[in-house]
Ligand binder design. Structure first.
Ligand code: SAH
Length: 538
């Protein structure tokens, strides 16, 4: 593991502590309502004009809407006003009724004895006028009824007019419904942001009390999405599998120590392609439970079947912190959790979670021991290239850039001949004992200088041991003196080189802690010769 890089483009300052930008209160909607009300009243006040109206039930042409109503009463024994009142028809109901009568050419009797619901003109199709410029459609049913009651039941509308105006009113209503839905969506979004803000505040308050700057177990699933999706791609697994130092060490540990695995129940935390689970199965494990949250586990399922190991290996997709295992306890936990400078990625948190929840009292975690080491580097050429470069860029002074360059630790291969001190171990972790809070630490160190020169950087790396109960112990190092691994080394450049003498002891202090804004990344601070510099590892 360790190739994970955070794909987020920027670490916007403030993070969860900043007040999220919330949507506005939707004042526009109020404006719409005000306008509508105004138009509504204008419409009610407008006088009716003399027109030609075709009767609803026969071909008679009448001179006005009221005359048409009277005609309907006298000739067809239908009171439209009664129908409007009986069914509480609003503007749209009324329009649909008129168009229904005209389009179906129904008899006047069909308006009596209608069911309360559904009315036969409920379809939106009846909003479409049957007659062009139908004066009956340009009439407000409220006006027809002359009643206050209807005004409470009708929607605010935009006044009389042609069929276009009616359509506009329908569209306006649709628009209002749409903007209400949008406002609701914005409000939900705001609520979500506020929830995140509150969670962030609570989390920070808690970590402040315990002195612990957040753990992976506390990371919410969506915050971890980028992390797990980076492991969904085959490329990262290919790189890890091709790292022979890494993969062969795990293989050798398992194949050369079958007594450790025989008839044991093994948990593989973060199984990826399933390689470690298959090593364990081949080494005699009774059962292997392989867990991974990333999509790569679907490949692992195929891989396990292709190798006829499906009876031994059970694969579970999910975060180890979220799932429940099909067994109560396991005898062995294996995991390849190591990140750059060992602790980057904080996946060890997840292994410790698994240890606390699932490991039998007599069980073991492998690898079990890890060292983090430092050494002094004297590489003036590289320092020139990275730092002094900014003093004169095509004749321009860009020295201010150094302030951005220096604090980023660099993951790269350090040439062994640039080492100018003996290495020193600054931290040893026993995975069977360590607790979460110990993964953040400070350590005084002393580097025995071997050359009289300029110290331009400090290099960090780690060593891994498969030790506990092993008759054939296995270890590997990610240091600059041995075969390189995909972890390379981690380089902390000094802004200004420090002069050192062969034989002298360069004293310093290193502090390693999780980045509060992103618990998967690290902040490493060096105190060296009265200078303090913090580096981020992202
Ligand atoms: N064991 C494999 C893969 C190691 S990479 C190998 O040695 O080749 C680490 C894997 O752990 C990734 O696939 C990642 O998705 C998974 N992982 C990290 N944290 C996890 C967690 N909390 N729960 C489940 N899977 C996790």
């Amino acid at each position: 593991m360790a190739k994970y890089t955070d794909p987020r483009e920027c670490d916007c300052d403030g993070g969860a502590e900043e007040m999220p930008e919330l949507s506005d209160g939707g004042d526009d909607d109020d404006d719409i309502d005000d306008d509508d009300d105004e138009e509504h009243w204008q419409w009610l006040e407008e006088d009716s004009q003399p027109v030609n109206v075709t009767c609803l039930f026969c071909d008679r042409l009448l001179s006005s809407v009221p005359a048409t109503l009277q005609h309907c009463m006298a000739e067809h024994q239908v009171s439209l006003v009664d129908v409007i009142r009986k069914y509480n028809l609003d503007d749209y109901g009324y329009i649909k009724m008129i168009n229904f009568i005209r389009s179906t050419k129904c008899d006047a009797s069909c308006l009596t004895g209608l069911p309360d619901a559904p009315l036969p003109w409920e379809s939106e199709d009846f909003l479409r006028p049957v007659l062009q410029d139908d004066p009956l459609l340009q009439t407000d049913p409220e006006e027809l009824c002359g009643s206050e009651r209807l005004s409470q039941l009708t929607c605010p509308s935009s006044g009389p007019g042609s069929h276009d105006a009616l359509l506009q009113r329908a569209q306006a209503a649709e628009e209002r419904a749409r903007s209400s839905e949008e406002a609701l969506a914005r409000a939900m979004d705001d609520l979500h942001k506020l929830k995140l803000l509150a969670q962030g505040l609570v989390l920070n308050a808690e970590t402040g009390r315990s002195g612990n700057l957040g753990t992976v177990a506390e990371l919410r699933e969506d915050e971890d999405e980028a992390y797990f999706s980076s492991y969904g791609h085959y490329g990262i697994h290919e790189e890890m599998l091709k790292d022979k130092v890494r993969t062969e060490s795990y293989r050798d540990f398992m194949y050369r120590n079958p007594q450790v695995f025989r008839d044991k129940v093994v948990l593989d935390v973060g199984c990826g392609t399933g390689i470690l689970s298959m090593f364990a199965a081949r080494s005699g494990a009774k059962k292997v439970i392989a867990v991974d949250q990333s999509e790569i586990i679907y490949q692992a399922m195929d891989i396990v079947r292709s190798n006829q190991l499906e009876d031994k290996i059970t694969l579970i997709k999910g975060r180890i912190e979220d799932i429940s295992l099909p067994v109560e306890k396991v005898d062995i936990i294996i995991s390849e959790w190591m990140g750059y400078f060992l602790l980057f990625e904080s996946m060890l948190d997840s292994v410790l979670y698994a240890r606390e929840h699932y490991l039998a009292d007599t069980g073991s975690v492998y690898p079990d021991l890890c060292n983090i080491s430092l050494a002094a580097v004297g590489d003036t050429e590289k320092h020139q290239d990275r730092i002094a470069f900014w003093d004169d860029v095509y004749g321009f002074n860009m020295a201010c850039m150094k302030k951005a360059v220096v604090p980023e630790a660099v993951v790269e291969v350090v040439k062994a001949d640039t080492l100018i001190s003996e290495p020193t171990v600054i931290q040893t972790i026993d995975c069977n004992r360590v607790c979460l809070s110990e993964l953040e630490f400070a350590s005084d160190f002393c580097l025995k200088i071997t050359n009289t020169t300029e110290c331009t950087a400090i290099v960090g790396y780690f060593d891994i041991f498969f030790d506990k109960g092993c008759s054939n112990k296995v270890m590997f190092s990610t240091g600059p003196q041995v075969t390189k691994t995909h972890w390379k080394q981690t380089v902390f450049l000094l802004e200004r080189p420090v002069s050192v003498l062969a034989g002298e002891e360069l004293q310093g202090k290193i502090t390693v802690c999780k980045n509060k804004k992103d618990p998967r990344s690290l902040l490493v601070t060096f105190d060296l010769r009265d200078r303090k510099q913090t580096y981020s590892l992202q």
